[in-house]
Design a protein around this ligand. Structure first.
Ligand SMILES: Cc1ncc(COP(=O)(O)O)c(C=O)c1O
Length: 441
């Protein structure tokens, strides 16, 4: 059966259509509010960069389920690999009765991860689990307690990773108490602080020395491109200076590549754009073409510090998810999807790169590969404009385009399209967003 969908947008009804409206009512009666309230259009299937809702509308997906379906929805090779694996072996716990897929994924991760040294991986189910395990590994290896993350960081929703997430984030409210020994430190945010990478790093390092001290720090977690924080790309030189500081002080440098990694930004990992080799990398989201899988990959000596049974879990590196990941890696290489992300970046710059000049409500457009942010401001200022963001999201969704929100100030329109999105769909989606921006001035 061929479920593929033509890659153009066709809206057949008002959004949300009647089937979505009916589902929304059932959802309100049965699903926890904690599961989120962003959209009320219900999806039936997807293909490439297009989603099809339960009323038959085709929507342009600029979100990929928050950065997951980087290679496109329902990739046929991934589906076939998962289906075949599901008829052979759906589960056995790797630590008890191991299987080859797990080993093959770890081998592939070692191959694509920067660094001319031996690497090992442990596989888990979600990004937050990967970050949690990376924290444990870093503490075990260094014998130190303190974990640093950056202002505006997002590392997950488990108790530990929520605590590592930027403190003013409203979703944290009332969820504590949170564990201690976790500190947020200032990041380089060129749009707001205007500092060079070196100046910003000096500020970060000074903050650490003054308020925390370097001796007890086990690891410094960074998103090389902050996703939920609002597509924050630190100035050149920032991460190099932070890495040098980490090396001088015996601190592990951990790149959280859960959102920006695995071919999304025109490289396997976004840290590659900064020329820095991390000690540990966490990946998830796009790694298995939509199946749940995540990984911690690091220097062998760091990863080997952990005792058997100290990391992982029942479903980690499941045979079906790992089969999907292996197929995803193959698709990325065969179809040159790293190059495709670079194509998407060029097409986005060409189409939306002048929006800050064109619309007073746009403060900045920034991005890398298929990861863009449009910062909305009160006209003539750098003040965040959450109302404008709400209006743009509403207009886009009502017109069959699904972007995301982001930003600690709720003022960044985030675009995480699939790297297989066509120029035509980019143009169509941009036209819809432009309509909303033009209304705002
Ligand atoms: C950078 C980063 N780290 C961690 C996470 C948490 O991943 P998960 O939602 O799979 O637990 C996310 C999710 O958005 C993320 O973007």
């Amino acid at each position: 059966m061929d479920f593929s969908v033509p890659q153009e947008r066709k809206l057949v009804t008002e959004l949300p259509g009647p089937n979505s409206v009916a589902l929304q009512a059932r959802r309100e009666a049965s699903v926890s509010r904690g599961a989120g309230t962003l959209a009320n259009i219900y999806m039936e299937r997807g293909s490439g960069a297009i989603l099809v809702d339960v009323d038959g509308n085709q929507l342009i997906d600029l979100g990929c389920g928050i950065g997951v379906t980087t290679i496109g929805h329902a990739n046929a090779d991934v589906a076939a690999a998962a289906a075949e694996q599901a008829t052979k072996l759906t589960h056995t716990l790797f630590t008890v009765t191991p299987y080859e897929n797990y080993v093959r994924v770890a081998e592939k991760l070692a191959e694509i991860t920067p660094g001319d040294f031996e690497k090992r991986s442990v596989l888990v189910n979600s990004g937050a689990e990967a970050v949690e395990n990376a924290v444990k590994i870093a503490r075990k290896f260094t014998g130190r307690r303190v974990i640093l993350s950056l202002d505006h960081a997002f590392h997950g929703r488990t108790n530990l990773t929520m605590a590592m997430t930027y403190r003013p984030w409203p979703e944290r409210a009332g969820m504590g108490p949170f564990p201690g020994d976790l500190y947020s430190v200032p990041i380089s945010y060129p749009f707001r602080d205007g500092l060079t990478g070196e100046e910003a790093a000096a500020k970060t390092i000074d903050y650490i020395r003054t308020h925390i001290g370097a001796e007890e720090v086990a690891a410094f977690f960074v998103e090389p491109i902050q996703g939920d924080g609002g597509i924050i790309i630190p100035a050149d030189g920032y991460f190099q200076a932070i890495k040098a500081f980490c090396e001088e002080n015996g601190i592990l440098f951990v790149a959280d590549e859960i959102q920006a990694g695995i071919a999304r930004t025109g490289a396997w990992y976004s840290i590659e754009h900064h020329g820095v080799v991390p000690d540990i990398i966490t990946t998830a989201k796009g790694i298995a073409g939509g199946f749940p899988l995540a990984a911690v990959t690091g220097r062998a000596e760091v990863m080997d510090a952990v005792q058997p049974g100290g990391v992982g879990g029942t479903f980690g590196g499941n045979p079906v998810s790992t089969a999907a990941a292996l197929a995803t890696f193959e698709v990325i290489e065969r179809e040159n999807l790293i190059g495709e992300a670079q194509r998407v970046e060029k097409a986005l710059w060409a189409r939306i790169g002048d929006w800050a000049e064109k619309f007073a409500v746009v403060g900045e457009v920034r991005g890398k590969g298929a990861m863009f942010g449009i910062e909305l401001v009160k006209p003539g200022t750098r003040e965040p404009n959450p109302e404008a963001l709400k209006a743009v999201l509403k207009h886009a969704t009502a017109n069959g385009v699904i972007p995301l929100d982001a930003g600690s100030w709720d003022s960044v329109l985030r675009l995480l399209p699939s790297v297989v999105i066509s120029e035509e769909l980019i143009d169509d989606a941009a036209t819809v967003i432009e309509e909303a921006l033009a209304r705002l001035g």
